[in-house]
Design a protein around this ligand. Sequence first.
Ligand code: PEP
Ligand code: MG
Length: 584
Amino acid sequence: MTAQTTPGDAGAEASETPTGSITTRTPDSVTGTGVVPGIAFAPVVWKQGRPELTPRMPEVPEENREAEAGRIEQAVETVATRLEHRASQATGVASEVLSATASLCRDRGWRRAAVKNVKRGTAAPQAVSAAIAQFITQFEKLGGLMAERTTDLRDIRDRVVAELLGQPEPGVPTPDTPSVLFADDLAPADTAGLDPTLITALVTQLGGPTSHTAIIARQLGIPCIVAASRIASIDDGVEVLVDGTTGTITVGVSQEEGRRLVEEDAARREAVRSWRGPARTRDGRDVELLANVQDGAGARKAAESQATGVGLFRTELCFLNSESEPSVSEQARIYGEVFAAFPGKKVVVRTLDAGSDKPLAFANMEDEENPALGVRGVRIGLRDVDLLTNQLDAVAEAAGKREQGADVQPWVMAPMIATVPEAKRFADLARERGIKPGIMVEVPSVALLAPRFLPHVDFFSIGTNDLSQYTMAADRMSPHLATLTDPWQPAVLTLIAMTADAGREAGKPVGVCGEAAADPLLACVLVGLGVTSLSMAASAVSGVGAQLATVTFEQCEQAAQAVLDATDSASARERARKVLTPQE
Ligand code: PEP
Ligand code: MG
């Protein structure tokens, strides 16, 4: 293997891993974007590649086409039955994912297109490939969540084509010994039911911080690196050290060193597992840690964590399958479930963030050229004001149902605010209903003019996922731009600093509810920048709390200053790590 770094690392300062002994810029290292922290040391096992198609298969004679079409139906049945069998063996989310993939495999739409191709004389494997390619193009055009489904479609294609060609089923092999899984990308069906005692880390060439791979790794509690575009040169069986904090994959680490680093990491994980709060720095500075939820079930689960409330309730995710606007009482029932999970606690409801990556049939603007920059979030609610006021009425109604155990402190915030008049209009509508109004800081214009917004609202909540996208002009869904959409980018951190300064000056709370809040090291930096609350996936709360307990507020402030002076995301992360992690 030769010295390689990702393009975004060019110019990054020399660095060490958290334990300080392995240099990460040696000729034996490649880097990607670390999305789940932790250390693993094990041999590589590559996901089985795609089946090989011969460039042009002979035309199927007329009289054989019926039988050739039948082969497709048979292959679909075999693959779907196999997936269903795996679903029946798995539990929870894994089982749901496998069942959903089996349904997609049986989907009539693409099968009809494939059979049509065969009727024109195309051999079954190529007919399947072409039919699914057609759907992939359509889904990619739609963008957002639909575009994400293309990974599932490619997965189905590869499984069915392999079956037709009599090749082994592509996907994740079951290794004999604990291994690090390498792949170009991972489909939900690949990762559903992965055994974390056998697969100890995930490393992919594609994918971003919010990709399916990252979500699964977080659930399994194993380190994960995505966008590691240069791992192709590392073969099956080679022993690698994976550091999910720095995003580094190192070859050539001795057995002794590798084991020591894994043991230290295990001790760190144990500290996280046993952390019970309250959340504060070592010298006693309190930090509010909240959960991001999307429905009642998620809120009840979050209530079992150490989160002291909800910092982001993504209401639009409750209605992804609704054809028409849910009635006020139906909305109130759903919101009430979330309130009931946190009695007497703070719950921040975000009004519908429809559009772009979260399309809602009853709210979306049709046919936008560039939906991420289009009519999304509060822009929809301010055009169709009934949609917004109905939702605010539902929040007020749900919060008022104290007799049903929904006694909460409801806060409500609008996504995608860009101008002061928008903020003022939204705040007036919320106040008329007795709800505390705030706005999300996702568009750079709000951070730049933060002091002008604050007189109108009671709080800010910084959405770092979109703030990074809009600051860096980089699509958050693009697997190729993960370095740019990294919230460690100093430009993004500078906007956060400006927002927090304005909040402090006005004496109003400023939270962070994007993925950045879930990164334990970055969480300390955010606290140092003046952020007062952090909201994240409930599963991330203990990791952040345990990290905060190891540092002083002064260290957080020093780390904040250090990242603001950095030139790129890698060096910002490295500077923070030097200040925040104990050196041996
Ligand atoms: C964000 O943009 O950071 C955010 C929290 O909102 P979402 O990810 O739902 O767009
Ligand atoms: Mg957002």
